[in-house]
Design a protein around this ligand. Structure first.
Ligand code: NAP
Length: 259
């Protein structure tokens, strides 16, 4: 197996939106990027081609993060291709249609937690096994050389999203607690764990929840009076990944225009 000379970052949900912007920026800053996607192979391939055209290194790998077997297969493919893992961005996330709690089905609530929370846990578990400097943590190989994990939470974790999607907000609240606990658990093993909490960001996610104009409609609630861009969030994620953030762990960084 060839071991990549470049540091390798796996970004879940990197075919579109914040994940795609993070993949592009990370590649510009010298990372080899695993572009994970759920179903949109064409969009993931476009991100990979854009990175490669600019001289960077990228590989698209399909996996539904809510499916443990698919996540394990993705990590195995990454191991075979790059032979190392230095960064993980737990970015894949979903919302559902606007609803009050009393209207929510268990299937809907379960999907929110399966994708947004359990997906991030399982990907982080696999990353820690490869990154931790602690002997015995990796059941398949030698101890790792450390690394960094960035979880993509949401301002919704603080705001609660009443009348829209309290289930999503609660899942992101779990991501904040997960970030704090995991950061402390692995801090002495060479792994930094942080989260960004984006506010209203212009991506497809709002249309997927049935509200394509959500950012424009709610921009007046943002102290900066506008939505943010995927690239503005990517800048913070890539900074947290970088050695410039070498003493930053357990941070929950709001990227929300003051909201
Ligand atoms: P987006 O534009 O809807 O893109 C979602 C990405 O996640 C796509 O690449 C999609 O892949 C992937 N994905 C969805 N479900 C997946 C699964 N089960 N397994 C693997 N990949 C999956 O979303 P976004 O707005 O960029 O959001 C990215 C993250 O930021 C999410 O965690 C979201 O909660 C968070 N966030 C967004 C905002 C905002 O205003 N946009 C605000 C706060 C937090 P396919 O292309 O294959 O479908």
């Amino acid at each position: 197996m060839n071991i990549s000379k470049q540091p390798v970052v796996l970004i879940t949900g990197a075919s579109r939106g914040i994940g795609a912007a993070t993949a592009t920026l990370a590649a510009q800053q010298g990372w080899a990027v695993v572009v994970n996607y759920a179903s949109n192979a064409r969009a993931a391939d476009a991100v990979v081609q854009q990175i490669q055209a600019a001289g960077g290194t990228a590989l698209a790998l399909q996996a539904d993060v809510a499916d443990e077997a698919q996540v394990l297969a993705m990590f195995a493919q990454m191991d075979a291709h790059f032979g190392r893992l230095d960064g993980l961005v737990n970015n894949a996330g979903v919302v559902d249609a606007q609803a009050r709690v009393e209207e929510m089905t268990v299937a809907r609530i379960r999907r929110m937690f399966d994708v947004n929370v359990i997906g991030s846990f399982v990907c982080a578990r696999e990353a820690v096994r490869r990154m931790s400097t602690r002997p015995g943590v990796n059941p398949h190989g030698a101890p790792g050389r450390g690394g960094v994990i960035v979880n993509v939470s949401s301002a919704a974790a603080r705001l609660g999203s009443p009348g829209q999607y309290v289930d999503y907000a609660a899942a992101k609240g779990a991501i904040d607690s997960f970030t704090i606990g995991l950061a402390k658990e692995v801090a002495a093993e060479g792994i930094r764990v942080n989260a960004v909490r984006p506010g209203l960001i212009e991506t497809d996610i709002h249309a997927s929840g049935g509200l394509p104009d959500r950012v424009a409609q709610l921009a007046h609630l943002v102290p900066m009076q506008r939505g943010g861009t995927a690239d503005e969030v990517a800048q913070s994620i890539v900074w947290l990944l970088s050695p410039a953030a070498s003493y930053v762990t357990m941070a929950l960084l709001d990227v929300s225009g003051g909201r």
